[in-house]
Structures are given as structure tokens and as C-alpha cells.
Design a protein around this ligand. Structure first.
Ligand SMILES: NC(=O)C1=CN([C@@H]2O[C@H](COP(=O)(O)OP(=O)(O)OC[C@H]3O[C@@H](n4cnc5c(N)ncnc54)[C@H](OP(=O)(O)O)[C@@H]3O)[C@@H](O)[C@H]2O)[C@@H](O)CC1
Ligand SMILES: [K+]
Length: 518
């Protein structure tokens, strides 16, 4: 789904209107789309009530309620502000709907009575027209509504376009913003919903077609994309029945050191889990000794070491593996030290220019010791820094990076001509060709040691199978995040999810990603 600022959305609506899809039609399609989505996707046996604001967000909601009333569902509209949508209200009433005005805070007992367990609550008070701070008297009405809805896990709250009271550009929220289980977003994702704190209020994000199709045809701006099923479904590598292990590539994984054994395991196993035909592990002796009996699927080359880290002259043993690999991944668990700077320098000089490369973790921190390191990289390259590693690479403060994730990722991906996966909640992928993707998943289950190593294996495994560096980044980030989501559901808490769980649920995440409509 494309991502827009409020300004861009307004310009797109203007352009669509000028090309014949009138504002009225867009709103009708929005309302119909919401009603269809609810009827198809959630239980609505207990009826649907709408919180209706005075603007077009309320208009979308009234149209949705009107359709559902026509279909015979029990519905009610609660007007939170004197309403300008008289014609829409008349339509709704003549379709059998019931309207209660709660704008003066005086008929809230009707609202209380409507909040029966299982009822669907459509939050259509404020949409993209809202700017903080929330003004009185709406502020007071919304605070009262908020009090009644908070901690009511027996209600299903669905936000129309955005949870009301969210700034759709900045992601800031008002005190009265109501957390939703789902947000049905019209035509395009509003950028603020992909920032915290707003993201935590928006729940699962779904697209509603308002009759304009792909919004990017109405603007010259290159729009970023939120990763969803429509983005990833065509990115999987083909797996012909006649394939053999050579068909599915060889990933050379240069990982681990004596203190960080697990990193090599997580990365190597994840590459196998992603369908890579063969994973060739380049590791020091201690890592081999501890993992050879555990990662039985792998082929091993033991790299000479000095006290458990790569010997600066150790690359010689890997020269033929470098040539035969179809993708190379480096960095997890290396450690940052002088020997590894020399090892990395030698390695970059011996990389086959046409083999895709992934650089992660400590190898990223080591890069800064090499002059113009970006000029030493192959064309197909992915860097996967977390904000701390990005800070080392850019010499910017972590706080600066975190408050400007999209812009900074985009700027440096272009500068270095790399595909950049800036990890952290709401991972940003800035591609070398200028395209930007944002992962909407923000799950503490993923914030665990070894999680990044799993991601390295996932992306490396995909590249080894011939998926381009950019596409492997997008698909890999999505699969990895969803394995965290599934792990959390299965562990029943995000607290207990470990990197081993992420590995275990990769197959489930792949299956889900391949299922239509996910
Ligand atoms: N264009 C179209 O055809 C389409 C539009 N679409 C839909 O329209 C939505 C945008 O609609 P919109 O522009 O009417 O604004 P909206 O979010 O309803 O809010 C306006 C109301 O908020 C109030 N208000 C604002 N700030 C406030 C504050 N700080 N404190 C208190 N009140 C405040 C403001 O009050 P006022 O300033 O007028 O007093 C007014 O009453 C968009 O999200 C999508 O759902 C889609 O269906 C696609 C087709
Ligand atoms: K809303």
C-alpha cells in the first residue's frame, strides 16, 4: 500500500476529482468499502455503532452505516459534533438507521447502553483534517468516549482512515485517541500511522479502495510503500519441481567468533529455513566445534583465528567458497577488533563483483575504518544496521537517526548506492534505486538477542536463490517480522520469544505470506 502525507493525499484527491472521480464518488466508495470490509472480515452479529464527526471522516462512517442498515444489520450513529452531513444523515435515517446526538455530552447513557459485548464500534470522529491540539468542546466529548471504551476488550473498535485524534503526518496522538483493533485506511496509508506513538493505536492496517486505484498515478512524487501482501506476493523465488540443491543457491555465511557462537547458528539456520539449497559456513575453530553437531545441514570451512577471532591472513581458506557462493553474508557475531578490520579489508578486495553481499552487525561497524568503503561493494548489496550501527556508519547521533528514520535511510542509501535496511520498530528499507518501503510490524517479540542474525540468514538465503538485493530485503523483513508475530501468539507473550522461536516460526510466516489476501 502506498504511503502519503496529508498534503499528498489532498493533492491526489484533487487530481482524481479533476480526472472524473468526484469527491462525492470517492466518499461513497470509501463508505461502501468500509461496510464491505466489515461484513466480510469481522463478526458483526451484535451490530455496528458509529462515532460520527462533522467532517468527511464522519461522512465515510455514515455511508458505511447506511449500507449496513440497508443490509439489515443493527446500527446506530452517535454524532459527536453538530453535523454538516444533512443529506447523508437523511439517507441513513431513511435506510432504517438510528441517530443519537452526543455532542453536548448529555445523552451518553444511550451510548453506554449501545456498548454491548461484541458490538463493532466505528471510530469516524476525526480523520486527516485533524491537527493537534484537540479543541474544546470536542475534546471533552472525546475524553468521555475514551473513558467508556478503554479496557473494553469485549468491543471491536475499527478506526476509519485513522484513529481519531492522531496527527496523520507526525504520528502524534491526543489524550483522547482511542486504540483500534483495525484501521481501514482510504486509498493510501497516512504516513503518521507508521510512526510511534500513533502506530500503537492503529492495530492491523487494511486498505480500502475509494475508486482511484493506485494513488501514485495522480502524483509526480515517488510514493513510499508500506509492505503488505500485495507488495510481497510476487517476490518469492521460483522453486521448480525439477530443482536440485544447486538450483536453490549457496549462501556463504561468514559469521561468529568465540564469544558469539550463536550468531553463526541463527544466521546459517535461517538461510536454510528460507529455502537456500546449501549454506556454507565460514567460521573460526571454536564456532565449528560447538555448532558442527548442531547445524548438521551446513558445509564448513574453518578459518584460522587468533584468540577466537579471524586471523587477518585467514581469508586464503575461503577463496574457492567465495567464488562458488551465489550470495555472501558477513558480520554476525564477528566482534569489533583490529584483526577483523584487516580480515574485512582483505575480504572486500576478494569479493566476486557480481555476487550479492549482505553486511550486518560488527562488519558494519568495521567498515568505517576503510576509506570510501562504499566504493568497494558489489552492485547487489544490502546493509542491515540497527540505529546504533547506523550511528557509527553515519557519525550521526542515534537520537537524530531515530527521529528522522525515513529521510536518513533514504539519503544514505542513495549516497552509498546500497539497499539499506534500517532495523528497529517499523523497519525502513531504502533501496539503491530510490524506492522506500516501511514494514508496519512493530512487535517487541522481535527485540531479542539473535533476532538480527536470523534476519541476515533470511535475506542472505533469499539472495542466494536469485532474489534481488532490494526484493530480498523487503520480503525478508516481512517474513522475519511475521515470524515474530506468530512466535508471540504461540508463546502467548512477547516476553518469552527468543531467536530460536523466530527460526521455528519462519515456515509459518512463509506459509502466511504466500496465502492470498494476507
Ligand atoms: N476528500 C474526500 O472526498 C475524501 C475524504 N475522505 C475522508 O475524509 C477525511 C478527511 O475529511 P476532512 O478533511 O473533512 O476532515 P476530518 O478528518 O473529517 O476532520 C474535520 C473535522 O475535524 C474538526 N477538527 C479538526 N481539527 C480539530 C481540532 N484540533 N480540535 C477539534 N476539532 C477539530 C473540524 O472542525 P472545524 O475545524 O471545522 O471546527 C471538522 O469538524 C479522511 O480522513 C477520510 O476519512 C475519504 O473518504 C476519501 C474521500
Ligand atoms: K477516524
Amino acid at each position: 500500500m502506498k504511503i502519503v502525507s496529508v498534503e499528498q493525499m489532498k493533492a491526489i484527491e484533487r487530481a482524481a476529482d479533476a480526472s472524473g472521480v468526484s469527491y462525492e464518488m470517492m466518499m461513497k466508495n470509501a463508505g461502501r468499502g468500509i461496510a464491505n470490509w466489515i461484513s466480510r472480515n469481522v463478526s458483526h452479529r451484535q451490530g455496528v455503532i458509529g462515532l460520527v464527526g462533522a467532517g468527511n471522516n464522519g461522512g465515510d462512517t455514515l455511508i458505511a452505516l447506511t449500507w449496513m442498515a440497508k443490509w439489515g444489520l443493527r446500527t446506530q450513529a452517535f454524532l459527536v459534533k453538530e453535523n454538516g452531513n444533512d443529506a447523508l444523515l437523511d439517507d441513513y435515517l431513511s435506510s432504517g438507521g438510528a441517530v443519537v446526538d452526543i455532542s453536548r455530552n448529555d445523552r451518553l447513557d444511550f451510548f453506554d447502553a449501545a456498548l454491548i459485548p461484541g458490538v463493532v464500534v466505528l471510530d469516524g470522529i476525526l480523520g486527516t483534517g485533524f491537527r493537534l491540539p484537540l479543541r474544546r468542546p470536542l475534546h471533552d466529548v472525546m475524553v468521555n468516549i475514551h473513558k467508556r471504551l478503554e479496557n473494553r476488550s469485549d468491543l471491536l473498535i475499527i478506526a476509519v482512515d485513522c484513529p481519531s485524534g492522531v496527527d496523520c503526518d507526525t504520528g502524534e496522538v491526543s489524550v483522547a485517541t482511542i486504540p483500534a483493533a483495525y484501521t481501514l485506511t482510504m486509498a493510501a496509508m497516512k504516513q503518521g500511522l507508521l510512526s510511534h506513538p500513533a502506530r500503537s493505536f492503529a492495530g492491523d492496517l487494511h486498505y480500502i479502495d475509494i475508486g482511484i486505484g493506485d494513488p501514485s498515478i495522480y502524483t509526480k512524487d515517488g510514493l513510499s510503500e508500506m509492505i503488505d501482501h500485495s507488495v510481497i506476493r510476487d517476490l518469492f523465488p521460483r522453486r521448480p519441481d525439477s530443482g536440485h540443491k544447486g538450483t536453490f543457491g549457496t549462501c556463504l555465511m561468514i559469521a561468529g567468533s568465540a564469544p558469539y557462537v550463536g550468531a553463526a547458528y541463527f544466521a546459517g539456520k535461517a538461510a536454510y529455513r528460507m529455502g537456500c539449497g546449501l549454506v556454507h559456513m565460514g567460521v573460526v575453530r571454536d564456532v565449528h566445534r560447538l555448532l558442527a553437531g548442531r547445524l548438521l545441514e551446513a558445509v564448513w570451512t574453518v578459518i584460522p583465528d587468533i584468540e577466537g577471532v579471524f586471523d587477518p591472513d585467514g581469508l586464503q581458506v575461503l577463496l574457492s567458497a567465495l567464488q562458488s557462493a551465489t550470495a555472501i553474508a558477513i558480520g554476525p557475531g564477528w566482534g569489533v577488533n583490529e584483526s577483523n578490520i584487516l580480515f574485512l579489508t582483505d575480504l572486500l578486495q576478494h569479493l566476486p563483483p557480481s555476487t550479492p553481499l549482505l553486511i550486518d552487525a560488527d562488519a558494519l561497524k568495521l567498515l568505517v575504518n576503510l576509506k570510501q568503503w562504499w566504493s568497494l561493494l558489489p552492485d547487489q548489496v544490502v546493509l542491515t544496521p540497527h540505529p546504533g550501527e547506523m550511528s557509527v556508519l553515519t557519525r550521526l547521533k542515534t537520537s537524530e537517526i531515530q527521529s528522522n528514520r525515513w529521510e536518513i535511510a533514504s539519503e544514505y542509501a542513495k549516497l552509498w548506492r546500497v539497499n539499506l535496511v534500517l532495523k528497529g520498530a517499523l523497519t525502513v528499507i531504502a533501496c539503491a534505486n530510490g524506492k522506500m518501503f516501511i514494514n508496519p510490524v512493530s512487535d517487541p517479540a522481535l527485540a531479542t538477542a539473535g533476532s538480527g542474525d536470523v534476519l541476515t540468514g533470511v535475506i542472505g538465503g533469499l539472495m542466494a536463490q536469485g532474489v534481488s538485493a532490494a526484493h530480498a530485503s523487503v520480503l525478508g523483513v516481512w517474513i522475519h517480522a511475521n515470524s515474530g508475530k506468530i512466535a508471540r501468539i504461540n508463546c502467548k507473550t512477547d516476553m518469552s520469544v527468543t531467536a530460536l522461536d523466530l527460526l521455528d516460526y519462519l515456515p509459518g510466516a512463509i506459509v502466511k505470506a504466500k496465502e492470498a489476501g494476507y
